[in-house]
Design a binder for this molecule. Structure first.
Ligand SMILES: Nc1ncnc2c1ncn2[C@@H]1O[C@H](COP(=O)(O)OP(=O)(O)OP(=O)(O)O)[C@@H](O)[C@H]1O
Ligand SMILES: [Mg+2]
Length: 351
């Protein structure tokens, strides 16, 4: 038996945020942005050759800015041959992101510690998508396992059975039913209507109403994160936008609700499918235990809206939210990492 110290790590490389949780008690996250100075002036101003997270976003005018994941997977992952250069760039950017995250949690660790990680991937990630994650981790982590994201959320909550997890991220919404074993493809559904989709619709709707207003997707995203609401009884929502250069209060109450509501039909259809194709004796258990996770789960009123639809299509439904939407995936991945026996990791190495 080797005496080498093992550090277990849960990693969620998200489209919008990347999160890491470690069994040395340290956990952290950052926006999934990486920027490289555009020229000698920006390099001098920033004093570094590479900038991460919100810092990168703030300094984006001086940077070539990358967000390596789209719709939950590495950019161009589904057809790398069509954009080989950009695909390779996205991979190297993602490796920098992973290195940076790791450096935050391993500051106090010795070089000799063995880094063992579970990385989350969208439910329906293809073999290629998973291979990309293995490549990203190659040489950075010593042992790696890829697991479906909603499954890691469920694992972290000890929900092994009778639960339907819905992870609403930026690029994807992943649904997964749990019934006491590792979920298969049939237990999972991925839709691309998630946070980024809401942002795009919200931007479109505001532009339609206030044609002269000046705004970006990024401004809309930040505003949404503070004001996302679905319920009909609520206050008027105003956003301050520059109109011809002058800050102007714009009423976007209907627009933000419509944008948030745009992801609901596919989520509800996913729930219906996963319930309807399940063993009839266990269908009630699923309906009673729908759990929302991911950043999108924080939309005020989303729980009730889904319950309303479930009542209509499935008779009834009970929806709850996880307590820590940001960390749920990475914490679950960490638990899974710790629970996997050594023999399992040894076997992985031989494959
Ligand atoms: N309070 C909030 N209300 C509504 N949406 C929010 C809120 N906070 C964050 N979000 C949205 O949640 C999304 C990010 O969630 P999360 O960090 O779970 O995604 P991700 O893991 O990066 O994406 P993916 O799982 O698709 O790769 C973003 O679209 C963000 O704008
Ligand atoms: Mg996610």
């Amino acid at each position: 038996m080797s005496e080498q110290k093992i550090l277990n790590i849960g990693i969620d490389l998200g489209t919008s945020r990347s999160v890491i949780a470690c069994d040395n008690g340290i956990r952290t996250f950052m926006s999934s942005y990486v920027g490289y100075p555009k020229d000698a002036v920006s390099q001098k101003m920033l004093g570094k050759g590479i900038i991460f997270g919100d810092d990168a976003l703030k300094n984006r005018l001086a940077l070539n800015l990358y967000r390596p994941f789209d719709r939950g997977v590495l950019l161009h992952s589904d057809s790398p041959e069509k954009n080989i250069e950009e695909y390779n760039k996205a991979k190297s950017v993602a490796r920098e992101l992973l290195r940076q995250l790791l450096s935050q949690v391993t500051k106090e660790e010795s070089d000799k510690v063995l880094l063992r990680g579970v990385i989350g991937a969208p439910s329906l990630a293809t073999q290629n998508n998973k291979k990309d994650l293995l490549d990203i981790a190659d040489g950075i982590l010593d042992d790696v396992l890829i697991a479906s994201e909603p499954f890691t959320v469920a694992y972290g909550l000890n929900l092994f059975s009778n639960a339907l997890i819905i992870d609403i991220g930026a690029g994807t919404t992943d649904l997964c039913r749990m019934h006491g074993t590792i979920p298969t493809q049939d237990d999972q559904i991925t839709t691309f209507k998630a946070g980024d989709h809401i942002d795009r619709i919200f931007l479109e709707l505001i532009k339609k109403k206030y044609a002269d207003a000046n705004l970006t997707l990024n401004m809309v995203k930040r505003f949404k994160e503070e004001n996302a609401i679905l319920s009909s009884q609520s206050e008027t929502v105003f956003i301050e936008l520059p109109v011809n250069g002058k800050p102007t209060q714009c009423d976007v109450t209907d627009e933000i609700k419509a944008a948030c509501r745009s992801i609901v039909p596919e989520i509800v259809e996913g729930i219906r499918k996963l319930v309807a194709t399940f063993d009839p004796e266990f269908q009630d258990g699923l309906k009673q235990n729908v759990i929302l996770a991911g950043g999108g789960s924080q939309i005020v009123g989303l729980q009730r809206e889904i319950e309303k639809y479930m009542k209509k299509t499935l008779g009834y439904g009970k929806v709850n939210k996880v307590e820590e939407p940001l960390y749920a995936g990475a914490s679950g991945a960490l638990m899974l990492c710790k629970d996997m026996p050594d023999e399992y990791w040894d076997q992985l190495k031989k494959q």
